[in-house]
Design a protein around this ligand. Structure first.
Ligand code: NZQ
Ligand code: ZN
Length: 388
């Protein structure tokens, strides 16, 4: 295993009823709270009322920052920072999925920084040598794992760049995670969020080192859990066991624990982020289109791991198969699962413009952790193979 340092500063409160039980205590020192959310699902499913009841009883001043869009933009970050300053907020409470949580991490930084946070913290890595505005999160959809890391993916619309940075100083102070809050997530989003979880695990699993290490063993169990519980949640969206497993799978995939000792790939994420910058496509849907084709391109360089994936994640027997056939059977099982759960399989379905594929490919970051050193030409080839 490679050397590592591990710390995760977010305190998690997990389970049905956690918001009612703990929110008042967790916000007791805040006078003015910036309550951030997305397009309004929390107003339709009762989550907003539950939160406001707590704040009303505690006499808090609440200022709303709403309308945070999927794939949050830098302009929205600036809007949130202006609002936080104007109202003198001493805490941000982000209620939603990855988009709301990521936007609020950037707001927490921008509200306490006089320069341009895009230039100084997203366009290039920066150093946070001041205290960002304290952030707490309430998770309403399982997927990104943003609740337990310092990652924030922001889209700069003018520059056509969607990029993530991970600053431990931006970890939320607390994360409230009630699986029943995810019951109202539309099936399409539940499925794409779950694929995002699977993708985070695969992007970590398919990377060096491949000798015996506990992270790989944990990841196989997590991948089986996502597959099993997603199938159960599709059958019954109010299956508490399935929803709670998916919610915790998401956190486990991105709370940095499984990355310990691993190099990590994330080339598919690099590609998806740039597709998102050009098409505004759904994150998990973009990943679903890319993964099987990308893996066909790299499996020869990571053959033993792809063979292990086929056997330990998909239960494909070794007997009667060559190494190549076994590895490819695992990739086919992944592609079949994507079709089974109803995710898109072509870039055309995501609304990508074929004429722009070359430009998008050239704008993608190149991962240092891939089994195979990618080039922009090969990324373009992958995009073309994914197109229809
Ligand atoms: O906006 P509202 O009305 O709330 O609706 C949202 C949104 O339309 C809806 N939703 C959320 N909870 C709901 C619900 N609808 C009904 N009931 C509920 N309980 O779900 C839709 C999608 O929400 P969004 O936050 O965009 O989804 P997700 O969690 O997949 O986040 C995607 C963003 O996170 C980034 C992605 O690139 C993308 O920008 N990522 C962040 C990462 C991180 N910080 O670690 C890692 C990821 O790899 C990813 O890149
Ligand atoms: Zn992701």
């Amino acid at each position: 295993m490679n050397n590592f340092i591990f710390q995760n500063s977010t305190k998690v409160y997990f389970g049905q009823g956690c918001v009612k039980e703990y929110l008042a205590c967790l916000t007791k020192h805040a006078h003015t709270i910036l309550l951030a959310y997305g397009g309004g699902s929390i107003k339709r499913n009762g989550v907003y009322d539950e939160i406001m009841d707590v704040f009303y009883s505690a006499g808090k001043q609440v200022v709303e920052f709403s309308g945070i869009m999927a794939n949050p933009t830098y302009a929205k970050v600036q809007e949130g920072a202006r609002l936080a300053r104007a109202c003198g907020a001493d805490m941000i409470l982000a209620v939603g999925g990855g988009s709301v949580m990521d936007c609020c991490k950037a707001v927490s930084l921008a509200a306490r920084y006089d320069g341009d946070v895009w230039d100084d913290f997203w366009a290039r890595p920066g150093v946070i040598d001041f205290e960002p505005l304290p952030l707490g999160v309430i998770v309403t959809v399982a997927g990104t794992g943003s609740e337990c890391n310092g990652g924030a993916v922001i889209t700069n619309e003018e520059k056509k760049i969607k990029t993530g940075r991970d600053y431990p100083a931006l970890n939320a102070r607390f994360a409230l995670m009630d699986p029943t809050y995810t019951y109202s997530v539309p099936q399409g989003q539940m499925v794409s969020g779950s694929f995002d979880i699977l993708s985070h695990i695969m992007e970590t699993y398919f990377s060096a080192p491949d000798e015996d290490n506990v992270s790989d063993d944990i990841m196989e169990a997590l991948m089986r859990s996502v597959i099993r519980n997603l199938r159960a949640a599709i059958q019954n969206p109010r299956d508490y066991t399935a929803r709670s497993n998916l919610m915790w799978d998401a956190t486990m995939a991105e709370n940095r624990l499984i990355k310990m000792g691993k190099q990590c790939d994330f080339e598919c994420h690099n590609m998806e982020h740039q597709l998102g910058a050009y098409t505004n496509c759904n994150h998990g849907c973009g990943l679903a289109v890319l993964h099987p084709v990308y893996y066909q391109h790299i499996y020869q360089e990571g053959l033993p791991k792809f063979m292990r994936f086929a056997q330990n994640v998909w239960g494909i027997p070794r007997e009667g198969r060559s190494d190549q056939e076994l590895a490819l059977a695992g990739i086919s099982a992944l592609a079949a699962f994507i079709r089974e759960i109803g995710l898109p399989t072509t870039l055309k379905e995501l609304g990508a413009d074929k004429a722009q594929l070359r430009q998008i490919a050239d704008s993608c970051g190149i991962s240092q952790g891939s089994y195979k050193k990618m080039t922009h030409d090969e990324i373009y080839k992958i995009f073309c193979e994914c197109y229809e």
